[in-house]
Design a protein around this ligand. Structure first.
Ligand code: KG4
Ligand code: ZN
Length: 357
């Protein structure tokens, strides 16, 4: 039997430079380097991100190859995040891969960053295969999908404004916590009482019915403003110090409740109790625990370890294996696309009875 192809996957869409060698769904080598420089500015600075990728990409690939015990010329195909993301950052990975592919005479598989997040859990759990309802929550995107099969996705809901991770990052800034905000807000929230500051659950009302345009969509900008207003009031009253953890807990509760409630609506609508949560925010313990609780014993939740939930090259290589098997490789001269459309995503409105059929 012919061995599965050895794929080198590169990720450089935001502030992680990562390379992985994956063969037959197994990770042979994997290096992830997070850029620390953005902490100084409380968020990702695109120019600095691109420069930092350029500085380390050769070493990151070399180290991953070394860990896998293979040479670059053993690689059968090269995969890279082609979008969406920061254009300068994406171009570093894309140009590196194009150069290497040209020199080696190997195909390139361009990968959509959010589709790659769908492939994170299956690297650790072979059961994490479609069909499932997927909640994809990252710094730039919040998507609720019905994955009927790999490459066959139906959009059920999405954010109307800020992404979930973006809301965490902005609230962290308001509370004086370091970037990236998600982990620091979650940590602080554990010391707080979530019922002390009740924040609105965006776009979540009990009188919504399937078919309403906002039934499965989310919105986080109003919640962020509500937190900003509360922080300003507490600051003025000289109470911010003692209330910070309670504010973080109230915010975390609102986000988790919103995301989990919308996911459960999707579960009912498409009648599928297999749920996958992916993207950086899926590292949130509170979010996972609540999803598990609300799914109950009749449901299954697929998650990845924190390392594979955050941006990484292994998920890129794993997604590429799927596309490569179907002959979906890049045409000559392909480039990065900051707003690359999600491949295989059907955007039909989520109307009751019309979904999942
Ligand atoms: O997927 P990802 O690593 O990069 C993007 O594709 O954007 O997601 C990064 C986002 C950041 O906004 C970060 O604050 C958030 O994921 N994040 C979390 C947690 N860990 C990372 N949000 C909530 N709780 C966490 N534990
Ligand atoms: Zn991501």
């Amino acid at each position: 039997m012919k061995a599965a192809p050895l794929i080198l996957g590169l990720e450089s869409s935001c502030d992680e430079t990562s390379a992985a060698l994956v063969r037959g769904g197994k990770i042979l080598g994997h290096v992830i380097l997070s850029q620390d420089v953005h902490r100084l500015y409380g968020g990702v600075v695109p120019e600095l991100a691109a420069r930092a990728h350029l500085t380390v990409i050769d070493d990151v690939v070399r180290e991953a190859l070394q860990e896998a015990g293979v040479g670059l010329d053993n690689v059968d195909a090269l995969a890279v995040t082609a979008g969406p993301g920061l254009i300068g950052a994406l171009l570093v990975g894309v140009c590196w891969v194009r150069g290497a592919a040209f020199a080696l005479g190997r195909p390139v598989v361009p990968v959509h960053h959010m589709e790659a997040h769908l492939f994170g859990p299956v690297l650790e759990d072979p059961e994490a295969e479609p069909p499932f309802v997927a909640l994809l929550v990252s710094g730039g995107h919040t998507l609720l999908l019905h994955a009927r099969a790999w490459g066959d996705y139906q959009l059920l809901g999405e954010t109307r404004d800020d992404a979930a991770g973006e809301a965490y990052d902005k609230v962290a800034k308001l509370l004086g916590l370091p970037y990236p905000g998600g982990p620091s807000v979650e940590r602080l929230s554990r010391e707080g009482d979530p019922s002390r500051h009740r924040f609105p659950r965006p776009m979540l009302r009990s009188n919504q019915i399937p078919g309403d345009p906002d039934y499965l969509d989310v919105s986080f900008s109003g919640l962020k403003t509500a937190v900003a207003t509360r922080v300003a009031e507490l600051d003025q009253a000289g109470q911010l110090g003692e209330e910070r953890a309670h504010v973080a807990a109230g915010f975390q509760a609102a986000v988790v409740d919103t995301l989990v409630s919308k996911t459960m609506r999707a579960v009912e609508m498409v009648d599928c109790r297999r749920v996958l949560v992916g993207g950086g925010v899926s590292a949130n313990r509170g979010l996972r625990e609540e999803l598990r609780l609300r799914l109950g014993e009749t449901g299954t939740l697929f998650t990845a370890s924190t390392r594979l939930s955050l941006d990484n090259g292994a998920m890129v290589a794993r997604a590429a294996a799927f596309h490569l098997a179907r002959g979906q490789v890049a045409p000559d001269g392909f480039s990065a696309d900051a707003s690359l459309p999600f491949p295989g995503l059907e955007r039909t409105p989520a109307v009751a009875g019309g979904v999942g059929s």
